[in-house]
Design a protein around this ligand. Structure first.
Ligand code: FES
Length: 76
């Protein structure tokens, strides 16, 4: 699996999501998206690839400012 080697400084962004694959890619059909969906960009969500609000704790702990990408339908 894709983990830091012994003695290597662990600078990974992704600590635990699908560590058995070389690259985490999520495919979503546009047609399947409802009115609005939030996708995680902090890699801490327990519902990855969806945002579950975990970025708030991360931001507090790390003085960071990350958040989700929100896809929504245009209001017409
Ligand atoms: Fe990762 Fe919200 S939980 S962006």
């Amino acid at each position: 699996s894709y983990r830091a080697k012994k003695g290597q400084k662990d600078t990974r962004v992704n600590r635990r999501i699908q560590k058995d694959v070389p690259k985490v890619v999520n495919m979503v059909d546009i047609e399947d998206i409802g009115e609005k969906v939030s996708y995680c960009r902090c890699w801490k969500s327990k519902k990855f690839p969806y945002c579950d609000g975990s970025h708030n704790k991360h931001n507090e702990d790390c003085q960071d400012n990350v958040g989700p990408i929100v896809l929504k339908r245009k209001e017409v």
